[in-house]
Design a protein around this ligand. Structure first.
Ligand code: ACO
Length: 319
């Protein structure tokens, strides 16, 4: 059985930027508090008329261009999102229509901030089994729409954006190993519990989070899954050229890097300018580092992320 390999990357950030200082005009917070506790300085906010599929489209187009393929070669579309355009159809189907690719199978993956790892791992399995040859894998979010902008505990943390990769079948090593995990017993620690019933929103339609509990779990589970992914792939941690972590909190990222024995100059960090863009954060960070020349072909890259569920995972690959 061959490999699946990343053929190209792309990303998109809305032009509107919201700084910590601007947030401090709205809620009782400060740039100093936010930077010290999280590392975040600013985040991008989607225009009112845009939906998640619009952000996904820009990132997808950039990834297809970077892969140097004709879009008609794509035979699978997976979108990781927790902020879909609508309840149904899937954002992947809406993106498929916008890309002009009728007939191509398209579906969403919901694993919140771990969504991109889940989607990448799914596309990898499709390609390795021969069910697809070139998959478009997108992480796209408009988190600003599920935030309570009067809740300083959560509204300072998140941002909007999209990232994408084109994954293609290859004889050369690409994704070496991907590992997923979930534990629904922790669903209450991080959720947006609202549902629609009888034409009305039932329950709280805003993101709720027990920050300290999420922090503790994230540090432990990310380190564990990163180490076990490496062990199962038979790759030493010293062989990792780059860590591309989910961008939730700089202290979580630093802690995972420390467990892996990686210095921070081998870690891609986009959090200060982007905040936590949930499923979009890993492909956004990957694209930034590919485009600025840090991540080079042939290098070993470890991706890892965790989100509500809890759901978490890691993917080890040769870029
Ligand atoms: N500005 C000023 N003060 C604040 C703010 C704010 N924005 N938010 C909370 N505070 C206050 C609290 O009210 C509390 O005050 P009190 O002691 O008077 O009650 C105090 O700061 C400390 O609050 P804690 O929640 O204990 O602060 P903590 O040091 O844990 O930092 C944070 C909070 C940044 C959310 C941290 O817990 C964290 O990063 N957790 C990880 C969660 C995360 O990153 N989630 C993202 C989604 S999940 C994921 O992607 C993994």
């Amino acid at each position: 059985m061959g490999y699946s390999r990343i053929l190209g990357t792309g990303s998109y950030l809305p032009s509107q930027v919201l700084t910590n200082a601007q947030l401090a005009e709205r809620v009782e917070t400060s740039d100093e508090w936010i930077v010290t506790r999280t590392g975040i300085r600013a985040r991008h906010i989607a225009d009112e008329q845009h939906k998640t599929s619009d952000l996904a489209l820009r990132a997808a187009e950039a990834a297809i261009a970077s892969a140097g393929i004709d879009k008609d070669e794509i035979d699978l579309i997976i979108v990781a999102t927790t902020t879909p355009d609508m309840i149904f159809p899937s954002t992947a189907c809406i993106l498929q229509e916008k890309l002009g690719l009728p007939g191509v199978p398209a579906f969403d993956v919901q694993a919140v901030c771990a969504g991109f790892i889940y989607a990448l791992s799914t596309a990898n399995a499709y390609i390795k089994s021969g069910m697809a040859k070139k998959a478009l894998v997108v992480g796209a979010e408009i988190m600003s729409r599920v935030l309570d902008w009067d809740d300083r505990r959560t509204c300072v943390l998140f941002g909007d954006g999209a990232g994408a990769v084109v994954l293609g079948a290859s004889d050369e090593p690409g994704i070496l190993h991907a590992k997923l995990a979930a534990d629904g017993r922790y669903q209450g620690l991080l959720n947006t519990p609202a549902q629609i019933s009888g034409g009305k929103i039932q329950g709280m339609p805003y993101l709720h989070m027990d920050g300290p509990a999420v922090f503790k779990f994230a540090v432990k589970s990310l380190s564990e899954i990163a180490m076990s992914t490496l062990a199962e792939a038979g790759v030493e941690k010293s062989a990792v050229d780059w860590l591309v972590p989910h961008q939730a909190n700089l202290r979580i990222i630093e802690s995972t890097a420390k467990h892996l024995g990686l210095s921070m100059d081998k870690v891609i960090v986009t959090l200060p300018e982007q905040g936590n863009t949930s499923a979009a954060s890993i492909p956004l960070a990957l694209d930034v580092a590919v485009r600025d020349g840090r991540i080079q072909r042939g290098q070993t890259v470890l991706l890892e992320g965790i989100g509500g569920g809890f759901a978490w995972g890691a993917a080890l690959l040769i870029f």
